[in-house]
Design a protein around this ligand. Structure first.
Ligand SMILES: CC(C)(COP(=O)(O)OP(=O)(O)OC[C@H]1O[C@@H](n2cnc3c(N)ncnc32)[C@H](O)[C@@H]1OP(=O)(O)O)[C@@H](O)C(=O)NCCC(=O)NCCS
Length: 174
C-alpha cells in the first residue's frame, strides 16, 4: 500500500515520537542514518532535537510518510545551506523508511516526494546527499536519478577496522 507523504507537517508530540521511533527502529535494523546498532531513544533524541531546532529556525524542513494505519513510516529532512554562495542547492538528510516497509518501492516514492518538495523551494537547483559506502545505497540513489559526484575514502568509521567511504550523490533539478 502506498504511503502518504506530507511536506512541512504540523509538528505534534505524536509526530515527534513517531519520527524518533522510526529513527531508532531503522538504526537498530542496520540502516545507515548516523548510528551503529544498538541504539536507544536517548541515543537518537539529541540529533532529532537538533533537527526540530533547525526547523524552528527555518533552516530545515521535514518530509514525512505515513502508512495506512497512520504510523510514521518514512522521513527525510530537506536542509538549506547557510553559506550565501550555496543557497542554490539543498541537503537531503536522514532518508529513512521503516524496516517493515523496505524493499517494496516506498524508498523510491520517498525520494520522488523529496524531489517534488525541493522543486517548490525558490531558487533551489539541486539536491545533494551523502551515503555510507559498502551497503549498495549508491544503487538505490542512482535508481532515483542521483549521480555519484565524489567520495571520501574511509571517512566513516563504523567500527575499529571497518572504515567506509562517504559517498556524495547529486540530483540536478534544472
Ligand atoms: C534506503 C531505503 C530508503 C531504500 O528504500 P526501499 O523501499 O528499501 O527501496 P526501494 O524498494 O524503493 O528500491 C528502489 C531500488 O533501489 C534498490 N535498492 C534499495 N536499497 C538498496 C540497497 N541497500 N542496496 C542496493 N540496492 C538497493 C532496489 O533494489 C530497487 O532497485 P530496482 O528498481 O532495480 O529494483 C530504505 O531501505 C531504508 O530506509 N534503509 C535504511 C536507512 C538507510 O540506510 N538510509 C540511507 C541513508 S543514506
Amino acid at each position: 500500500m502506498a504511503l502518504t507523504f506530507t511536506f512541512d507537517p504540523v509538528v505534534t508530540p505524536g509526530l515527534r515520537d513517531g519520527v524518533l521511533d522510526l529513527w531508532v527502529d531503522v538504526s537498530n535494523a542496520g540502516g545507515a542514518v548516523g548510528f551503529v546498532p544498538p541504539v536507544t531513544r536517548e541515543d537518537v533524541r539529541p540529533g532529532l532535537v537538533g533537527q526540530w531546532v533547525a526547523m524552528a529556525e527555518e533552516r530545515s524542513r521535514l518530509l514525512v510518510g505515513h502508512d495506512e494505519e497512520g504510523r510514521v513510516a518514512a522521513a527525510a529532512f530537506l536542509t538549506l545551506n547557510t553559506h550565501h554562495l550555496m543557497t542554490h542547492w539543498i541537503w537531503l538528510y536522514t532518508v529513512m523508511l521503516h524496516p517493515r516497509h523496505q524493499g517494496k518501492g516506498h524508498g523510491r516514492d520517498l525520494l520522488a516526494a523529496a524531489e517534488r518538495a525541493a522543486r517548490t523551494l525558490d531558487g533551489v537547483e539541486a539536491i545533494r546527499l551523502t551515503c555510507r559506502g559498502g551497503l549498495g545505497l549508491e544503487r538505490f540513489y542512482a535508481s532515483c536519478g542521483y549521480k555519484e559526484v565524489g567520495r571520501v575514502p574511509g571517512a566513516i568509521r563504523v567500527a575499529p577496522g571497518d572504515d567506509r567511504d562517504e559517498v556524495f550523490m547529486l540530483l540536478p533539478l534544472t
